[in-house]
Design a protein around this ligand. Structure first.
Ligand code: HSE
Length: 307
């Protein structure tokens, strides 16, 4: 029998202001990775959003991740057809690389008969990605708090109130995480550390208890956004315009350049003012109004005869 597995993985927005490399929120915007065993060869096909930015060579992240599983298990399919159907703007701060890694790991794991537990998949994925926030949210869904302790990810998932909406304003340029990390200082003073720990803790408590009116203060940050703002023309204007239009708060989405505004009403108006504010700073942008994905990544396996 030949196997075909399809993993559907949600996008994520991370940091949410102060929770740098820790907090992540899964969004109802998806990428699927389908792996089919074939008689011979390797074919990698990419459809959908930003397909020109996703390699179809063997350095494709989903393919590399799938191969990692096959090598760990000691099983080498005769041939592989890997198809990505991407709905997530690439290199914009929406966790696209994490969805590719998870998609490859989960679908290969399913083809091999699920030798690895979800916790092991999480550890493998985070080791490849280098930080746990996007991967954990995409795998588990909801709002996740993730910490790496001795190479193991310790994660807790919270379910935000169902009426929470996230308006993501996505400017039409890419900003790699590597580039956005290079502008960060290597040290943080004690006052700033306390500032971020206090906001991040308040944010988790506010989401856990549904006190979304706390989000404005709870998403304040001194660790990364002040340094990254210079890479994102109009960062302050876009955040302020969203809040003036009724958003509870706004913050960089991951490493940027997208900006996420959080709201329970006025989402269309918030989307429009964010696009306008980017335009006033010389950038074209699109906006997506998204719900929180509470299910996380899913995978299905289909077996067919090898004849
Ligand atoms: N926490 C990461 C960062 C997310 O801000 O650099 C980027 O993928």
């Amino acid at each position: 029998m030949f196997g075909k597995a399809i993993a559907c993985v949600p996008a994520s927005t991370t940091n949410l202001g102060p929770g740098f490399d820790v907090l992540g929120l899964a969004l109802k915007l998806y990428s699927t990775v389908e792996i089919e065993e074939t008689d011979s060869g390797v074919r990698i096909i990419v459809h959908g959003v930003d397909q020109d930015k996703i390699p179809t060579s063997t350095d494709n992240l989903a393919f590399e991740s799938a191969n990692y599983i096959f090598q760990r298990v000691g099983y080498q399919p005769k041939g592989i057809k890997l198809t990505i159907t991407n709905g997530i703007p690439a290199i914009r701060g929406l966790g696209g690389s994490g969805t590719a890694i998870l998609g490859g790991l989960l679908s290969a794991n399913a083809i091999c008969g699920d030798p690895f537990s979800p916790d092991q998949i999480l550890d493998f994925a985070v080791e490849r990605e280098g930080h746990p926030d996007n991967i954990t949210a995409s795998l588990l869904g909801g709002l996740t708090v993730a910490v790496v302790d001795k190479k193991n990810v310790k994660a807790v998932k919270l379910s935000p109130p169902e009426d929470l909406r996230v308006v993501i304003a996505i400017p039409d340029y890419t900003l790699s995480t590597k580039e956005a990390r290079e502008v960060l200082p290597q040290n943080l003073d004690l006052k700033s550390a306390i500032y971020n720990v206090s906001r991040s803790s308040l944010l988790v408590a506010a989401v856990a208890t549904g006190k979304l009116d706390m989000l404005n203060v709870a998403m304040q940050d001194l660790l990364h956004q002040p340094h990254r703002a210079k890479l994102i023309p109009g960062f302050e204007d876009v955040c302020n315009s969203a809040i003036q239009a009724g958003a509870l708060s706004a913050a960089l989405s991951g490493a940027g350049p997208s900006i996420a505004a959080y709201c329970i009403t006025s989402e269309d108006q918030i989307a429009n003012v964010m696009i306008d504010a980017f335009a006033e700073n010389g950038l074209n942008a699109e906006a997506k109004i998204l719900e929180v994905d509470s299910a996380g990544a899913t995978v299905s396996l289909h077996l067919h005869s090898s004849d």
